[in-house]
Design a protein around this ligand. Structure first.
Ligand code: SF4
Length: 288
């Protein structure tokens, strides 16, 4: 006989503020503009199902690795995703006749502004993060000559250290990694300003998962397999619970999950609400 199931939802999960804003801005551009397609500059989020749904609604992804930029957008909307872009790319899109819909996350916008201000003050700007990540590339454009540090070793092996510098982080870096980089720079730079630019969204989802894990027998972590923050949630879930699975859709729920009495659900910051709800419904149905 199948057990009676209880489903627990993590208190914080799914879209973060920046991703929700970007998705809503794109949906609004689809409604407001009668010019098709609506473009996004790079993929809006790390979730294949959400991207598929947007493509079906008339959204085309342009930019490096995707469709080439048209010579003339002829007034079509181009959404700048939450990661933001460098100012020269913004100008290029405008030169090609794009109507820009700026969905840069306010937190990223703040990092861009602060990088620019400290650069103008004559400080060396260090950026802690992944040098290939769109957010870092975008901020770099606001502080020409800034230096990206991916880890403590990068900070240790700098050829020289300036008298004054500012350290800014990618919003999704781990606090412990950021502290390590800051400690190395602080040992060499007399006037070092360390800015707190880490976004709490990732940590909030991790903490909510930890609380939920104590109450369940198995955990379904929902989100793109290519989403870094979902991967991190799945890794934590596996540490905290014997039964933990990273799934993208209800079809991937393993049969084994239906043998457990208490199932927990969480989702990464780029997982749409409708996929979370569909998984919850499928779990309920699997028990009925
Ligand atoms: S993780 Fe934070 S900084 Fe990044 S888009 Fe979401 S809310 Fe903005």
């Amino acid at each position: 006989m199948k057990p009676v199931c209880r489903i627990f939802r993590a208190e914080v999960m799914g879209y973060c503020m920046g991703v929700r804003r970007a998705v809503e801005a794109t949906e609004k551009a689809l409604l407001d503009s009668n010019i098709r397609p609506v473009y996004t500059y790079g993929p809006l989020i790390h979730n294949p199902q959400a991207l598929e749904r947007l493509a079906e609604s008339g959204v085309v992804v342009v930019g490096s690795g995707y469709a080439p930029l048209p010579d003339n957008f002829s007034g079509a909307s181009v959404v700048i995703r939450a990661h933001g872009i460098p100012p020269e790319e913004r100008r290029e899109l405008q030169r090609r006749g794009a109507k820009l819909v700026d969905a840069t996350c306010p937190r990223v916008l703040s990092s861009q502004k602060r990088a620019h201000i400290w650069h103008e003050k004559g400080y060396t700007v260090y950026l802690a993060g992944d040098r290939d990540h769109g957010e870092i590339t975008g901020i770099e454009g606001y502080a020409p000559g800034c230096v990206v540090l991916e880890n403590r070793e990068d900070a240790e092996h700098l050829e020289n250290y300036p008298d004054r510098a500012v350290l800014i982080s990618q919003t999704t870096i781990k606090q412990s990694e950021y502290d390590e980089i800051a400690a190395v720079l602080a040992a060499h730079i007399r006037d070092l300003v360390v800015l707190n630019t880490i976004c709490p969204a990732t940590l909030e989802r991790q903490k909510a998962l930890e609380v939920m894990a104590a109450q369940v027998d198995g955990i379904l972590v929902i989100g793109g397999k290519n989403s870094a923050n979902t991967q991190r949630l799945a890794a934590t879930a596996r540490q905290l619970c014997t039964h933990a699975w990273h799934i993208e859709t209800p079809a991937e729920i393993p049969q084994e999950a239906f043998l457990l009495e208490r199932i927990g659900i969480t989702a990464g910051a780029s997982t749409p609400d409708e996929i979370i709800d569909a998984v919850e419904q499928a779990v309920k149905k699997g028990y009925s």
